[in-house]
Design a protein. Structure first.
Length: 201
């Protein structure tokens, strides 16, 4: 049985479809409120306090990893960060699909990592989600953008301001818009540690 209720595209909805939409709307409101609270927490000037609340929200954070002030998250429960990794100020981490960040990863200021984007060919402008994997010892420079479905392999370097639209091979150095290989990291035996957390960053 269809009700005299239509969706945003003008299609009639059944009772079960209306109930599903109502439940989804409430879930989205709760998620948006959680994201808002995490954004407020991101301004608190103590690394240990922020990390406590991020873990409480479902972000998996490995030992010794740091998330600096001003980070933003979407669906935090799908985000995992390995050990001894640094997430810079103002970074955006998208958990609308799986986001896995490895060990000893250095993500600089204002990096944006997305795993959801609109399909511009879709009649309803629907979202398309795909996981993002960032392997160990990757460095991502300031204001780089990583798009959905990307794997950045071990030891790779993404230059400042790059827009990564394709997978990055191990130890490759990429830059530009869209990002292309511009070099290769010579040291393949990476064993460094990024060091202690900055308490008030």
């Amino acid at each position: 049985m269809n009700l005299p209720i239509k969706d945003k595209d003008g299609k009639n909805l059944s009772i079960s479809q209306v109930i599903i939409k109502i439940v989804n709307r409430f879930q989205n409101i709760l998620l948006e409120f959680q994201v808002f609270l995490l954004h407020l927490i991101s301004a608190f000037p103590c690394h240990f306090t922020r990390r406590f609340f991020y873990r409480l929200a479902g972000i998996k954070i490995g030992s010794g990893s740091t998330i600096h002030i001003g980070a933003r998250f979407y669906e935090p429960s799908n985000i995992s960060i390995g050990a001894d990794s640094i997430i810079g100020e103002g970074a955006v981490l998208d958990g609308r699909e799986t986001l896995k960040i490895g060990n000893h990863v250095d993500i600089a200021t204002d990096v944006m990592i997305y795993n959801s984007e609109h399909d511009v060919e879709s009649e309803s402008f629907a979202a398309h989600n795909a996981p993002v994997i960032i392997e160990d010892y990757v460095f991502i420079g300031p204001r780089a953008i990583i798009l959905p479905g990307i794997t950045i392999s071990k030891g790779a370097v993404v230059g400042a301001g790059a827009v990564v639209t394709k997978d990055v091979p191990p130890f490759a150095i990429v830059g530009g818009v869209p990002a292309k290989i511009i070099g290769e990291r010579k040291n393949k035996e990476l064993r460094y540690k990024l060091g202690r957390a900055r308490w008030f960053r």
